[in-house]
Design a protein around this ligand. Sequence first.
Ligand SMILES: *[C@@H]1O[C@H](CO)[C@@H](O)[C@H](O)[C@H]1NC(C)=O
Ligand SMILES: *[C@@H]1O[C@H](CO)[C@@H](O)[C@H](O)[C@H]1NC(C)=O
Ligand SMILES: *[C@@H]1O[C@H](CO)[C@@H](O)[C@H](O)[C@H]1NC(C)=O
Length: 452
Amino acid sequence: MQVTLRQLSLLLCLLSCASTNGARYTPDWASLDSRPLPEWYDEVKFGIFVHWGVFSVPAFGSEWFWWNWKGAHSIKYILFMIKNYPPGFSYTDFAPDFHAQFFDPDEWADIFEASGAKYVVLTSKHHEGFTNWGSPNSWNWNSVDNGPHRDLVGDLGKAIRKRSLHYGLYNSLYEWFNPIYLSDKQAGFKTQDYVAKKVLPELTNLVNRYKPDLIWSDGDWEAPDTYWNSTEFLAWLYNDSPVKDVVVTNDRWGAGCYCKHGGYYNCADKFTPGQLPNHKWEKCQSVDTLSWGYRRDMKLSELMDLPRIIKDLVYTVALGGNYLLNVGPTADGVIAPVFEERLRGIGAWLKINGEAIYATKPWRVQAENATVLVWYTSKNTSTVYAIITSNPMQNSFKLSMPKTSSSTVVTLLGNPEPLKWTPLQSTGLTVQLPELPFTPAQAWTLKLDGVA
Ligand SMILES: *[C@@H]1O[C@H](CO)[C@@H](O)[C@H](O)[C@H]1NC(C)=O
Ligand SMILES: *[C@@H]1O[C@H](CO)[C@@H](O)[C@H](O)[C@H]1NC(C)=O
Ligand SMILES: *[C@@H]1O[C@H](CO)[C@@H](O)[C@H](O)[C@H]1NC(C)=O
């Protein structure tokens, strides 16, 4: 008996823990790409992205302010500076005004939790190079020595984790104007001074200090992964780091990597595949369609409204993706009420319809044009959710894809009474819809139990 149990546990370990506990990954893509994605990630489906940094001070144009002004020499930015700032004012002069004086991490975390999001990803360092924690490798260009004089990464992390949400950190590999980076670039990336002095020590510091559940890598595209030593870093992350069993990574680890290597795939920003991808993916999208960072000059018409966000979320989940929705807080540390309203609206919708989102799998069919477009998700072999993202304005609603049986039960989520339905001639069914309850999200879910 003892032997059997022992054999059983060995066998179970061979099946389930080989990749996480037993085998070690080697620093090459074949090995790293074989790592199974930690399960929590596919189940959570919805996260909040937060772009916050010195760019939140000018809060004009986009978080690429510095680059647009001093790199691309965009006339719009040059004129903005001439008009509003004294001659000789440099980008680094913005940092002292990154006060974050109203930043209350618990208030942010409450809003994120109320949105129904299960993970939050903060920019620990964007392309400007300013670190939102006291990085020992970012002298005076960090949030502890400068600006807020506060450990933003740590303070937000504590509040997020108190609420059992997962905490991820965005990190830009490159820095537009870092002289060490520019010197490596000048040398055709044959030298690695910047990687040795900045990238690797900083990433290791972030991981050891904050134990992120997710690393959202970016700013990789100018140089190959061999310059960044991405595979060496990831092998350490997966084998020996304090987060080796839970950490999830994306795919931006060097020119040509995205959509090809790493953990889940982001591909391009706002990636919108036409059909079901064969690899776990994430769509990142910003409520402000023109910027990830806060813009004082944003217009209401440039923001995603709630129905559009819900459609995007539903589309993404039906196609097997996670949805990472971005808000840019102000330099004062405020999440604009217009963003908060969107987030709370998503949460209100998910309270009723979340069963059709969290921990679902794509179904054998992702969508169908009924009277209106319907997206499908599924929970187990026999439960299918049909999510209707505009009101069909009819009582008899036809779905042609689900195969019914005599035991099929159809309900409208949020409505306890099962609905009457009749099978169609071939496959499919006609559901008798009740009057659809008002929701500002303009989306409803039919749950079909016992269908194939
Ligand atoms: C990158 O990895 C290579 C191969 O392991 C190693 O020789 C090199 O020193 C590493 N570079 C840095 C900056 O760590
Ligand atoms: C639904 O109809 C639209 C417009 O004709 C078409 O572009 C789309 O591909 C259709 N979708 C499905 C899932 O059939
Ligand atoms: C499938 O999952 C749904 C939702 O969790 C549940 O209501 C249903 O009973 C499950 N069906 C089976 C056969 O497990």
